[in-house]
Design a protein around this ligand. Sequence first.
Ligand code: TYD
Length: 218
Amino acid sequence: MFITVEGIEGSGKSTALTLLSQEMERRGFDVLLTREPGGCGLGRAIRPIVLDARTRSLNMRAELYLFLADRAQHVGEVIRPALEAGQIVLCDRYTDSTLAYQGYGRGLDPEKLRHINDMATGGLTPDLTLLMDLPVTVGLERAGLRNQRQGTILSEGRFDAESVDFHERVRQGYLALAEEEPQRFARINAEQRPEDVLLQCLSAVEVYLGRSGRGLEA
Ligand code: TYD
């Protein structure tokens, strides 16, 4: 089973993913937690180029292909082998990030983006996508505080430094994607406390497993 988590900056994806993976492991599932960009060796080399706020000269097409290079390698090297070995893969960001950020955010053609996403992944789509949704101002404030705490304002802050309008387009983009594919997406209210966010995530996983004739015990 392949689960992705998506959302704007500061939506609490990584906290939710950590809690979800612990809870699923507790229930006996073999879970692999990974992320984009940076879930494989190539991605870890790409990550500072695309996320460092001091990277000034990156144009939007070069940015796009860096995310896609990471994805192609990540799918081949990490995600597919784990799925074939029967693991549950939980991935922090995937193809919908490209549609939301490079499509709705930067304005690149969504149809072309779907096509190259498909080329990069060989058509591997998530079974379930948890969309952590919250107002942009709340998310940006949380992300700013986190970057300050971790000292990553410059090294990881290139997208955080985009305008509020940009992030609003990304959020609306995610909501539109979720509406297009209600079977795959579960919208999570990310303004709640981490333990309540976890409960929403677990119930979305349960609904998916129920639909595919399974339960939330391995
Ligand atoms: P990430 O490490 O996920 O940080 P955050 O905690 O802010 O979510 O940062 C990855 C950044 O890269 C994020 O701002 C979104 C952006 N991104 C894209 O623009 N396109 C993509 O395809 C992916 C995977 C990420």
